[in-house]
Write a protein that binds this ligand. Structure first.
Ligand SMILES: *[C@@H]1O[C@H](CO)[C@@H](O)[C@H](O)[C@H]1NC(C)=O
Ligand SMILES: *[C@@H]1O[C@H](CO)[C@@H](O)[C@H](O)[C@H]1NC(C)=O
Length: 328
């Protein structure tokens, strides 16, 4: 016998009916296989719980007296009614389409599904569920530079009710590219004040030729709070020429659609330090320290002084021995 679900509102009084037994039937109830400890009373084949909360969730079974035959199993699930979902839409693939996402303001504790309806110029547009994000869907623009607003209605539906939110927007107000990708910053050899920064347009932006992006660069040395900004045209590289020598920099890039003009978020931050002339002495010390085995063709003078002393000692030791013997 399969359990059936019974969904009830938090705070309400709940009546569970044991199958279709008559009013004069006598039954006993168990929850999760043990006696019902929560406040309750019995009315023939009915169990009544008062002011239920999440603690009342459980698998309730009823057994007919006197022989104790199981008559019903109910999975009681306490939840709250859905509220108006929060909806937002964005086009990071202009002019192909846009996506909308939504979320509940609070958990409803029970399964909730969503219906999405998108209207434009008095017709419904096709809505595709996102394959990865549960609460997201995709819509294609039926036309570009449309003067009609889009109306998106999202309805949350559960066993305890439904609630919908509608938002309305112009095509241009939702365009926002993704940040530029693969940002790199590299020092330029023999130049202590330059950093070469390059990046790629966001891969999601579908038609960079007809809908070009402009870029905005910001950079600062780690030790300073103040950013320096450079606004660029469609180029995907820039050379910083005024970096402080020897200072580590943090660099980010943002993209802007040139038609509509909304900025992306900042890209991931990259770190770089301009080229530093390394003093020759420091380099050689580091070299000998880091190479554990002296190479065989290394010049003789590079041999550690201890080795040379040891060699000298071994050469002279028979002589020393003879001298010592003579003294004695
Ligand atoms: C019944 O078991 C479930 C799952 O273990 C638990 O969450 C629930 O609180 C239990 N219900 C009662 C009334 O003990
Ligand atoms: C949104 O959709 C729901 C469900 O289809 C419907 O009941 C509601 O009237 C719609 N709201 C608006 C403002 O269109």
């Amino acid at each position: 016998q399969l359990a059936r679900n019974q969904y009830e509102r938090m705070g309400s009084d709940v009546t569970m009916q044991c199958g279709s037994l008559d009013n004069d039937a006598s039954v006993s109830w168990k929850v999760n296989g043990t006696d019902v400890k929560a406040q309750h009373h019995l009315e023939g084949p009915r169990l009544i719980l008062t002011q239920v909360d999440l603690g009342h969730n459980g698998l309730y079974s009823c057994f007919q007296n006197p022989n104790g035959e199981r008559r019903d199993t109910i999975n009681l699930r306490i939840g709250i009614s859905p509220r108006e979902p929060i909806v937002s839409c964005r086009s990071n693939t202009y002019p192909k389409g846009f996506y909308c996402s939504w979320h509940q303001q609070h958990s409803t504790y029970i399964p909730t599904t969503f219906e999405v309806d998108v209207q434009h110029n008095q017709r419904s547009l096709e809505v595709l569920k996102d394959s990865i994000h549960k609460n997201r869907c995709h819509v294609r623009f039926p036309e570009v530079f449309s003067i009609f607003p889009y109306k998106v209605n999202v309805t949350a539906i559960s066993a305890l009710g439904k609630a919908s939110s509608t938002i309305s927007f112009e095509e241009s107000s939702i365009v926002k590219p993704d940040p530029p990708e693969r940002v790199t910053a590299t020092p330029i050899r023999y130049n202590a004040r330059r950093l070469e920064v390059s990046w790629q347009s966001p891969a999601t932006w579908p038609d960079i030729d007809n809908f070009p992006l402009k870029y905005f660069l910001r950079y600062r040395p780690l030790i300073k709070e103040q950013w320096q900004h450079v606004e660029l045209s469609e180029s995907t590289s820039h050379t910083i020429t005024d970096a402080y020598a020897g200072k580590e920099y943090i660099i980010q890039v943002a993209a802007k659609d040139t038609e509509i003009g909304t900025w992306s978020d900042w890209s991931v931050a990259v770190h770089a330090t301009p080229w530093i002339e390394e003093p020759v002495q420091t380099t050689s010390t580091t070299d000998t320290k880091t190479s554990p085995i002296p190479s065989s063709n290394a010049p003789h003078k590079a041999e550690p002084p201890v080795g040379r002393a040891a060699k000298l000692l071994s050469f002279f030791s028979p002589l020393l021995l003879v001298m010592l013997l003579l003294i004695m």
